[in-house]
Design a protein around this ligand. Structure first.
Ligand code: GRG
Length: 302
């Protein structure tokens, strides 16, 4: 095993253990009802409690532990980003977007239920995420809760994930340079990961410099994550990845692989990861676990 994989392997095991904790947290936060709206809640639970990796909440947890944040607080901030992420996957799978029938190794939400229910389940997960962040159990200080809401809203909306998705759709079947691809992938995928690492510092009431540094770290890590996703779409195994592969080229998507080729994309993922790792220097050994997460992102096969 090489040095990179050695540092990534414990993260894979830790993620498996963390998934149980995160599933229990989401279980408790996702509504259940036997009333006339129960189909909506079933669809939300079906998608959110499927077999996601929970990488974003794990990054919230790992950054939060650098600032000794209590467990319940980081689990709630992690559940919030997982809800936004799950909403984005549900909507992305719809026929009007990427039109994917499989997600997380099971039929996509609109296949298991129907399109209208999938739209509503996504909408409801998005709003629930802010309800969770605004809840007093997330942090006793209202300023911290407000900062978390602000950061997640900015990361999710037009200047972040949704804006990135718009550029992605507009770039299909067009010649796009690596700079625009970096911008779209940083917004589409980096923004939520940026919230995740910054949330740890916000919860820990760290100084503005630490929050900003972790935000930048997250943007770069998110870009590295998306480049590995582009590579997995070309080289990955469908069973490992949990969805159809080869879809980017089929859909004429602008990715680092389409712009730089497989080897070029791999080099770029390493370069961006190294840049993200350099941001952590100011935290010394306190950031070691976060460094391992970055290596895991680069080495992942799903
Ligand atoms: C708001 C519709 C809408 C879309 C926003 C994020 C996004 C854009 C679309 C989702 C599909 C997609 C390819 C996103 C890129 C980010 C990405 C690689 C998601 C998959 O994340 P993982 O691997 O998934 O962490 P799990 O299932 O493990 O949570």
């Amino acid at each position: 095993m090489d040095a990179v994989n050695q540092s990534a392997a414990p993260v894979k095991d830790a993620l498996t253990g963390f998934a149980e904790t995160m599933t229990a947290t989401l279980e408790s936060l996702l509504p259940q009802s036997d009333g006339p709206e129960s189909k909506l809640f079933e669809a939300m639970r079906y998608s959110a409690l499927g077999s996601g990796k929970f990488l974003r909440p794990y990054i919230v947890r790992t950054a939060a532990l650098m600032f000794d944040v209590p467990e319940e607080r980081y689990l709630r901030a992690g559940a919030a980003v997982e809800m936004v992420h799950t909403y984005s996957l549900i909507h992305d799978d719809l026929p009007a977007m990427d039109d994917d029938d499989m997600r997380r190794g099971q039929p996509s939400c609109h296949i298991a239920f129907d399109e209208a229910t999938a739209i509503l389940a996504g909408d409801s997960l998005l709003t629930l995420s802010f309800e969770v962040l605004a809840g007093i159990k997330t942090h006793p200080d209202p300023q911290v809760r407000s900062d978390l809401v602000l950061t997640l809203a900015a990361s999710s909306g037009g200047a972040g994930m949704v804006g990135g998705q718009m550029i992605d759709l507009e770039s299909e079947h067009t010649a796009v340079d690596a700079a625009l691809i970096a911008r779209l992938e940083t917004m589409k995928t980096g923004a939520l990961i940026s919230y995740s690492s910054a949330a740890g510092a916000i919860l820990g009431q760290a100084g503005a410099g630490a929050i900003k540094t972790l935000e930048t770290f997250g943007f770069e890590l998110g870009l590295a994550f998306q480049i590995t996703d582009d590579l997995l779409d070309v080289e990955g195994d469908e069973d490992d990845v949990g969805k159809k592969v080869g879809k980017d080229a089929e859909a004429g998507k602008a990715t680092f692989v389409s712009a730089l080729g497989v080897a070029g994309a791999r080099d770029e993922a390493r370069r961006v990861t190294d840049s993200a790792l350099a941001r952590l220097d100011m935290f010394g050994a306190r950031a070691d676990e976060l460094r391992s997460v970055a290596e895991f992102v680069l080495a992942r096969n799903n």
